[in-house]
Design a protein around this ligand. Sequence first.
Ligand code: NAD
Length: 484
Amino acid sequence: MTTIDYPQLYIGGKWVTPVSHETIKVHSATTEDRIGSVPRGSEADIDAAVVAARAAFDATDGWATWHPKERAEVLERFAVELEARGAETARRVSMQNGMPIWVAEQFEAGFPALLLRYYSGLMTNAPVEEARPGMMGGTSLVSKQPVGVVGAIVPWNVPQGITFLKLAPALAAGCTFILKPAEETVLDAFLMAEAAAAAGLPDGVLNVVPGGRDVGAYLVAHPGIDKVSFTGSTTAGRWIAETCGRLLRPVTLELGGKSAAIILDDADLSGMIEPFFGCTLLNNGQICWLNTRVLAPRSRYSEIVDTITDLASSLAIGDPLDPATKIGPLVSKQQRDRVEGYIAKGKSEGARLTTGGSRPAGLDRGWFLEPTIFADLDNEATISREEIFGPVLSVIPYSDEAEAVALANDSVYGLGGSVWSSDPERATDIARRVRSGTVGVNHYVNDPVAPFGGIKQSGMGRELGPEGLHGFQVYKSIYLPPTA
Ligand code: NAD
């Protein structure tokens, strides 16, 4: 097969020769074959990207000074160029990280353009400056200014969708941007850079420098960065928060999760199995908000375990490029080893494996793993407490609603969650009592109009909604004197 190889980096609106000769080699999660490569960014490349982004932001006629409508015109062209590359974006992501193609078409091909249009609309429809009659005799002019040059670091699990949670509001607000994608998923990031170039984004507004954690850490601490936006593990988030704390640098952190699905005693789970799958095992279990703890009433425990077991064992496992595939491979050998370690831990701690737990027969290449369900365990088990980031669910019994809510809240994380019932009002009441940034009722979708993010060790700050735009803005007040 032809490989996708990029010899240059996208910095300052141009394809430039990287400082180092090192490359990042990308492998298919399905075949393990090498499918492409990009230059490995170095500290010197980050320096060049920061110079370009600073110039684009600080110039007297720079991106920040443009009227929101002018920026919206460019961002509309960007959306069109992304849509033209949508099928290829979905294909690249699917090959790189194993995301089923029908998921990639929504999250990776469709969502970015939608977010660009949503945030352009918010910016063009909201007044940039507001005059507030003062209480001290004068008037205050209150405006929201773009925060400046953004350093963004994203993971491999939903690379384009997550990039645009940051990029769309940042560019609409007037910020300039340096993206450090994850090493596993760089090929889609370079395609996105091609779309930006074709759309005519002004030089330096968007820069892409791939690399590992060293390059990421260098970007976070760079003196030319005004704001850091990070999505990834809680461990890395802690390091980044420490750096930003020391530098007094604003930071948004979207981190890990161990969310709970509460199945109420009146729920018809088998009638809602599609949305339940989307809530628990989507993208091969590699989504931060997935509900990997399923809380089931004791009165219906064995029936619910059977329903979930039947679901997991019926899912088509295979090539993620096949539209019929429900479960593709995990992103890498390292990730599968990690998940298998948790499966071994679940067994050794006495949980009952009801299905899965092995590599599927007949799929000898690729990082495949069967969807795995554990029953007869409690919320204290290691696999009920730690984020696994693979297709592994714990089904935990509870006695009454109060205990269900207490168990859902008994986690160091607080990112997602869901409540399942034939009575949506009852479910909504329970959802209000779950301590988490987001909770779904009988389904779970990240609605662009509503803020998304976590509490506790799931992070700080919000993306999506107008709140996601505010994360890239700072308030400024100009005090006008009383008029005579
Ligand atoms: P990771 O933290 O290892 O890596 C994420 C990104 O951060 C990569 O680009 C990596 O190169 C970079 N990085 C790692 N350490 C760094 C450091 N010290 N300084 C700067 N950059 C650093 O995470 P991962 O394994 O790639 O992704 C999975 C994790 O991401 C899971 O914990 C998942 O829950 C989380 N996640 C959270 C959200 C959310 O919105 N809350 C969304 C997706 C994924």
